[in-house]
Design a protein around this ligand. Structure first.
Ligand code: ZN
Length: 263
């Protein structure tokens, strides 16, 4: 399968809005390094049968899909309901138009209830409108530690602690996408064994109450022993060249548009 990193930035992206000249606050990231320019975190998994699963639809989803020339997705899985992962939900009506039907989405009870309160109109039934003037969703409630199928692909989820709330880790074949997580319970770590690709949120260099940091990722890597570890959901102190120079060589650093493959 083919995995496209649509975005690998933290909740405000890199740069953050601001900066002395109004052109953005880059933190310690080098503005001249293109790989430091990060939109909000999301990935697309293209299965071997050509079907595509989107994980999260953040506020940058429209430009991300256009940039990567991805004109159709077949399902969406939501990791959790924070704005940087859901705020682009309205853009999915374009996908409705491409598919000609309601778009299947998969999320936990808590995430669905948050989505319903923010985007109530997207959950109304689709009757016979000739055209999608709003997103229309085909809702699938799932739970942590569920195993289910999307487009003939088995998906396994796990519970993640994200500071004051929970998020969901997603394993698809030998690829796992675990972002917005500071603690993975024992059961989840077992689910993450024998991975080809461990795509993991790593917001900053040092400890954080809601997000993993470099030391935490190294700890998980030691336990689950993935073939490759790729950092995503990075904030403004994660300069790409600094990371390349200072991380162990078997830790890779994502950038927007990075494409990865797993058999
Ligand atoms: Zn986030």
């Amino acid at each position: 399968m083919k995995i496209t990193i649509l975005g690998c930035g933290g909740s405000g992206g890199v740069p953050l809005v601001g900066g002395d000249d109004g052109q953005g606050n880059w933190g310690i990231c080098d503005p001249l390094e293109q790989k430091n320019q990060r939109t909000r975190s999301s990935i697309v998994i293209e299965l071997n049968n050509g079907k595509r699963i989107l994980i999260d639809s953040g506020p940058d989803i429209r430009t991300q899909l256009l940039r990567e020339k991805i004109g159709r997705v077949d399902a969406v899985i939501y990791s959790h309901a924070h704005a940087d992962h859901i705020a682009g939900l309205d853009e999915l009506r374009s996908i409705n138009r491409v598919l000609g039907k309601a778009l299947p989405i998969y999320a936990t009870k808590d995430t669905l209830s948050e989505l319903k309160s923010r985007f109530a109109y997207a959950f109304k039934p689709w009757k016979t409108q000739p055209y999608f003037f709003r997103p229309v969703l085909d809702v699938h409630q799932i739970d942590y530690y569920d195993n289910f199928m999307i487009e003939n692909q088995s998906i396994q989820t796990c519970e993640q602690i994200h500071g004051f709330c929970k998020s969901m880790g997603i394993r698809c074949g030998d690829v796992a996408y675990c972002t917005d997580v500071v603690r993975i319970p024992e059961q989840g770590l077992k689910i993450l064994s024998n991975l080809d690709l461990f795509i993991v949120g790593c917001f900053q260099r040092n400890e954080h109450p809601a997000h993993a940091w470099i030391g935490k990722v190294l700890e998980w890597k030691k336990i689950i022993k993935p073939k490759r570890t790729i950092l995503t959901h990075m904030g403004p102190d994660m300069d790409w060249n600094w990371l390349k120079a200072n991380l162990p060589p078997d830790i890779e650093v994502a950038y927007d548009g990075l494409i990865l493959y797993s058999s």
